[in-house]
Design a protein around this ligand. Structure first.
Ligand code: ADP
Ligand code: MG
Length: 622
């Protein structure tokens, strides 16, 4: 690469809590250390009056600046606020609110100003981390990095994958391919032992990270990877073990000093952050110490904890992981004896007890742990990157990568029924065509709603997008033939085409999911102007203002006729009733329409004005 000015493609594991980057160099994968010398970087971004910090620097000041330190935001990608509101309540000190389209919006104060950011947009999190990762790689390689393979959880849907690609573009990276995390881990181990036997190899990937736990069962056959089943818990990981230790030390501090810090957020944060180190140490030693100066009220805290005590504090959580392994096997309809390899992924699988329980479950089987568990995914991504860029040696060249669709894809047919076009777990890339027809006589347009999910009714699934095919020649129902084609590219991104047979009229779209996706133009704009969120702020503000204005107006009407004696005395019974009914109607409407658009609030306000003004005019003039 030297002299060309362009670095080889890199592999990035953008984790919920830590990010790791690898590159193929000198015929092997090199995991790249950051400027602090760490091989993984906290997926953490913080905002201050003057600066933005990323990685270790952000994490180090988290206890001091909790409300402006964003971490774990990967759980927000492509999700609706309702789906993650349980997380907002319990685990995050930074503010997350519902935004347009029920998208979660992160609220932080940056340079003294309140900023609202959608989770996937450039500023708060996703792209900033990718930019940082790119810089880490460039510092190591001494040249510009342009191409990358980025990993995502196996259950990430089409839109979440697209969001990941978009974030890459904003960061100035061409995302050559999105690869599932368990697939990447399997690639990391699959290099030397290609599965060639009939029926392939069944591999269980056990990924216990910082905030999430994922089990995936893969079948690897002739170099292709297929996900048979996944299970897990988005709320189980290393941070829970830190929390258990935290509670233990809070009790101890209380006993020793007769001071209860359980309601003291600052002290708690300080202690929680400090717990991660002894936890890590206990994976290698049987006793660890903790030392915090001035934990609370000038009192220092020095203590020790044994590995046995730590295991005791977390045993139920460890057991839960094993339960989920059982569930994954059950879902795949597979006996544990049919599993050929068990791969450890995620920093928390360094915990000896976790390894032991898992090994016992598999009747003493040797676990694959020769690659550092928190680096295995980035390792596999780096291997994939070199394959795709056509470099590297024969060792990697003949590994074919095949991923599968995590959920079924289809469209809505009569009666709100889901008609599956591409079933779950279909190998990608793929293309499938189905024939449909009109359901009414002389129907000239069909609305195509594309859904993702396993429900038989579309109402149980999630809507990815919709479009209309018009210009169908009038004919009795059931006569026109519509060919609908779903195609998914190597990145798992979906295109849907609908064609009417007789006229050849065609409509083709790449599904834009629930405004989660960004258009090329939008991305370009964001690259040039990372202040893009301002437009959304304005939209949001306009809506809030319109709603408030309507509420105020309704209450002003109500209060005037109740408390303004002069007006009340001149009001006829009929007019009074008219006003009361109108106000009541609007307040009821508001109850059910909190998320309406600005113009709907404005319309409702106009309706009130039309009633209010003539009555007031009568009173004042008469
Ligand atoms: P992610 O969840 O982002 O994929 P990782 O796989 O890097 O992250 O896992 C991070 C978690 O692993 C953190 O909670 C960290 O404390 C934990 N961890 C890292 N090293 C060890 C260790 N030696 N012992 C126990 N836990 C560890
Ligand atoms: Mg991970």
């Amino acid at each position: 690469m030297e002299g060309k000015g362009e670095a080889p493609a890199i592999g990035i594991d953008l984790g919920t809590t830590y990010t790791c980057v690898g590159v193929w160099q000198d015929d092997r994968v090199e995991i790249i250390a950051n400027d602090q010398g760490n091989r993984t970087t906290p997926s953490c971004v913080s905002f201050t009056d003057t600066l933005r910090h990323v990685g270790d620097a952000a994490k180090n000041q988290a206890a001091m600046n909790p409300t402006n330190t964003v971490f774990g935001a990967k759980r927000l990608i492509g999700r609706k606020f309702n789906d993650i509101s349980y997380l907002v309540d319990i685990s995050w000190p930074f503010k997350v609110i519902p935004g347009p389209g029920n998208k979660p919006i992160i609220v932080v104060t940056y340079k003294g100003e309140e900023k609202h950011y959608a989770a996937e947009e450039s500023h708060p999190w996703y792209s900033i981390l990718l930019i940082k990762t790119k810089e880490i790689a460039e510092a190591h390689l001494g040249s510009t990095v342009k191409n990358a393979v980025v990993t995502v959880p196996a259950y990430f849907n089409d839109s979440q994958r697209q969001t990941t690609k978009d974030a890459g573009l904003i960061a100035g990276l061409n995302v050559m391919r999105i690869v599932s995390e368990p697939t990447a881990a399997a690639i990391a181990y699959g290099l030397d032992k290609k599965a060639t036997s009939a029926g392939g190899k069944n591999v269980l990937i056990f990924d216990l990270g910082g905030g999430t736990f994922d089990v995936s069962l893969l079948n690897i056959e002739e170099g292709t990877f297929e996900v048979k089943a996944t299970a897990g818990d988005t709320l189980l990981g290393g941070e829970d073990f830190d929390n258990r230790m935290l509670k233990h030390f809070v009790r101890e501090f209380k006993t020793k000093n007769e001071m209860d810090i359980s309601g003291k957020p600052r002290a708690l944060r300080k202690l929680r952050t400090a717990c991660e180190r002894p936890k890590r140490t206990l994976s290698f030693t049987t006793v660890a110490t903790i030392e915090i100066d001035c934990l609370y009220n000038g009192v220092d805290f020095y203590s020790r904890i044994s590995r046995a005590r730590f295991e005791d504090l977390n045993m139920d959580l460890f057991q839960k992981c094993i339960e989920l392994v059982r569930k994954c096997l059950r879902d795949a309809n597979m006996d544990k004896n049919s599993v050929h390899d068990v791969v450890l992924v995620g920093g928390s699988t360094r915990i000896p007890k976790v390894q032991q329980l898992l090994q016992d479950f598999f009747n003493g089987k040797e676990l694959c742990k020769s690659i550092n568990p928190d680096e295995a995914v980035a390792y596999g991504a780096a291997v994939q990157a070199v394959i795709l860029s056509g470099e590297g040696n024969d060792k990697v060249q003949d590994l074919v990568l095949l991923d599968v669709t995590p959920l079924s894809l289809g469209l809505e047919i009569l009666g709100g029924v889901m008609s599956v076009v591409i079933p779950k777990n279909t190998k990608i890339p793929c293309e499938k065509e189905e024939k449909y027809t009109t359901v009414k006589d002389n129907q000239t347009r069909v609305l195509i709603h594309v859904y993702e999910g396993e429900g038989t009714k579309v109402s149980e699934n999630s809507l990815l997008g919709k479009f209309t095919l018009s210009g169908i020649p009038p004919a009795p129902k059931g006569v026109s033939i519509l060919n609908v084609c779903f195609s998914i590219d190597v990145n798992g991104i979906l295109k849907v085409t609908a064609e009417e047979k007789t006229t050849g009229r065609k409509k083709k779209i790449t599904i834009k999911n629930g405004k989660c996706r960004l258009s090329k133009a939008e991305i370009k704009k964001m690259v040039q102007d990372s202040e893009k969120c301002k437009a959304e702020d304005r939209y949001h503000k306009k809506k809030v203002e319109a709603k408030n204005s309507l509420v105020n107006y309704a209450y002003k009407m109500q209060n005037t006729i109740k408390y303004d004696d002069e007006i009340a005395s001149k009001l006829t019974a009929v007019d009074k009733k008219k006003i009361e009914d109108a106000v009541k109607f609007v307040l009821q409407w508001l109850d059910g329409n909190q998320l309406a658009e600005a113009d709907e609030f404005e319309d409702k306000k106009k309706e009130l004005e039309i009633i209010w003004h003539p009555i007031m005019a009568k009173i004042y003039m008469g």
